[in-house]
Ligand binder design. Structure first.
Ligand SMILES: Nc1ncnc2c1ncn2[C@@H]1O[C@H](COP(=O)(O)OP(=O)(O)OP(=O)(O)O)[C@@H](O)[C@H]1O
Length: 558
């Protein structure tokens, strides 16, 4: 076995030493204790760092290799093995204890139970790869289990040696995978894959494998399969509850202003930066968030929605970041993962971001910067890979000026800011949206109507739409309820605030009526030319500049 990195060798040695059920300590040059396991620490009632050779020599353990010893009422024997780590000599002392002398004698009688065998037994299998996934170490037991030749496996890519392995992935990502199941030869083994780091760089990975005899594997694997089915169901339910249902195809609109934001949103989907969606209530911010996620590289991951306004302030932190067991009264046993952890690998949609209390804004900023979260009641951090899409209908700039929103967080999110226009600013889209919602509710209500009358459509175009598309959709749904099958939606089917607009037009001045006509003619022409301004100007017999001026006057420009 060739390992040319001392720290890696120590890493493996430590893993083995920690796992052995017997007291083990490693000394260098027969003097300094270099490493020891918890059995030693407990037996000598010392802290790991305080286990000095003197304590052990005082107890006359060190020199008495292979002679029976007594320690804290336990019987035992000391074994010594010399190992070389990069041409330096280390002594491994193995203290076998038992409070039953006969047990110990049994162990003692098995002369063939050599220390090296124990290393092999510490884990049923041990494998180590370099950063590119090439095998550097493969324990004999693991090689036997895999039916591969131990020596010739060294230097091969791990995927050629172990089926379904992920060692090469862990050596790349640096993310530990704890107690994962791996299918090998019709059965399962339990594998922990840990990255090896040196000066903050991942220099490889160690895989520790546990497998049992065939009978045990079958029993365990049956149980595991059952659990997998259950887990799949839960995962499915979770994904179902946390999925983005809309794509860009669901976003209706033809206006220049609308197409412009669609372009921006498509660009946002291609990048992995955080996104801030701004716009009045009901303009479609949530639909945009879904669509961006579904068109992004995270589409296969979950889409977790959090309504910042709906969660009481005192619960927000634990909801977002999770908590550890016992961190507060009522905390669940085993703790609970928060929304950020749940969204790992996917997208988290923070709706109503403007309602996030200031103390939570600080924590959110930290998560965006560090890409890790800390559960409530925990002192360690968990790395997370989550993209944040935030939305608000509040004016964040004003909030910053009033000290209600943190400037640093605003800047962090502003990187990719998309302002969704209100319906008033995209009147041209009203007709197509109306037809879209008529179709939708015809299907839902299983009722056929003859569209909408021109007069009713004009009334809808005149309205100011404070509730934007949500309000328009509700009004069409309402109208569909009132209209008779086979007839068209007319003024009578619209609510008073819209139907009543006619009276206002009738007492308007001639100039206002002309302007109204002018605006609607431009709108109609733009609709016809699909927003093409040069073509519209040509059709209406005006210059492009005049058309721009008029569009500006009537608020038709994005
Ligand atoms: N471009 C669009 N095409 C079709 N339907 C749309 C469009 N935009 C919005 N809607 C519809 O309008 C309604 C409101 O959309 P959404 O909830 O995304 O708005 P929002 O801006 O997130 O609102 P709020 O700020 O109140 O949370 C939804 O029912 C959605 O289906």
């Amino acid at each position: 076995m060739t390992i040319n990195d001392q720290s890696i060798q120590f890493e493996i040695l430590k893993a083995i030493v920690d796992k052995l059920p017997f007291g083990v300590f490693v000394a260098k040059n027969e003097s300094d204790i270099f490493m020891c396991n918890s059995v030693i620490v407990e037996s000598f009632s010392e802290n790991q760092l305080d286990v000095k050779l003197s304590v052990i020599t005082e107890k006359k353990l060190m020199p008495s290799v292979n002679t029976p010893i007594q320690l804290n009422g336990n019987h035992g024997i000391v074994r010594k093995e010399v190992i070389m780590i990069l041409e330096e000599e280390y002594q491994i002392y193995l203290l076998l204890f038992s409070n039953n002398k006969n047990d110990f004698l049994n162990i003692d009688n098995h002369e063939e139970l050599l220390f090296k065998d124990m290393i092999e037994f510490a884990y049923d299998g041990l494998v180590m790869v370099d950063p590119d996934g090439y095998v550097q170490v493969l324990s004999q037991a693991y090689a036997d289990f895999l039916s591969v030749d131990q020596e010739s496996s060294i230097g091969k890519h791990v995927t050629e040696v172990i089926e379904n392995t992920r060692m090469h992935i862990v050596a790349k990502t640096g993310k530990q995978e704890l107690a994962e199941l791996q299918k090998v030869k019709e059965g399962y083994m339990i594998v922990t894959r840990s990255p090896i780091r040196k000066n903050d760089k991942v220099t490889g990975a160690v895989g520790k494998v546990l497998f049992k005899n065939v009978g045990q594997v079958t029993a365990i694997s049956k149980r595991i399969k059952m659990l997998e089915v259950e887990l799949k169901k839960y995962k499915g339910d979770f994904r179902e509850r946390n999925k983005a249902s809309y794509t860009f195809e669901h976003l209706i609109g033809e206006s220049v202003a609308f197409n412009d934001v669609i372009d921006q949103a498509r660009k946002a989907a291609k990048s992995d930066s955080n996104v801030l969606l701004l716009g009045e209530s009901g303009t479609g911010k949530e639909l945009f968030a879904h669509s961006i996620h579904n068109a992004s590289r995270r589409a296969m991951g979950v889409f977790v929605k959090v309504n910042c306004a709906a969660i009481p302030g005192e619960l927000l932190e634990s909801e977002l970041f999770g908590y550890e067991e016992g961190s507060f009264t009522g905390a669940k046993k085993g703790g609970k993962a928060g929304k950020f952890e749940a969204a790992d690998g996917g997208t988290i949609f923070l709706d109503e971001l403007g309602e996030l209390p200031l103390h939570m804004q600080v924590k959110l900023l930290r998560v965006l910067q560090e890409k890790e979260i800390e559960r409530v009641g925990s002192t360690s951090s968990i790395p997370i890979d989550v993209r944040v899409i935030a939305a608000t209908n509040r004016n964040l700039e004003e909030m910053v000026a009033k000290g209600e929103f943190r400037l640093d967080l605003y800047y962090r999110l502003k990187v990719m800011e998309i302002m969704i226009p209100s319906l008033k600013e995209r009147q041209i889209d009203i007709e197509i949206l109306v037809n879209h919602f008529i179709d939708k509710y015809q299907q839902i209500m299983k009722k056929q109507v003859k569209g909408i009358s021109d007069h009713a459509l004009r009334l809808l175009t005149l309205y100011s739409w404070p509730g934007n598309i949500r309000e328009l959709e509700n009004i069409i749904e309402r109208a569909l309820n009132f209209v008779d099958e086979g007839t068209a939606i007319t003024k009578e089917h619209l609510p008073e605030e819209i139907a009543g607009q006619k009276e206002i037009t009738s007492i308007r001045s001639l100039a206002e009526v002309v302007e109204d006509m002018e605006c609607n003619t431009i709108l109609a022409c733009l609709r016809m030319t699909q927003g093409n301004k040069s073509e519209t100007a040509k059709q209406l017999g005006v210059s492009r500049t005049t058309l721009y001026e008029k569009m500006k006057k009537y608020g038709l420009l994005p």
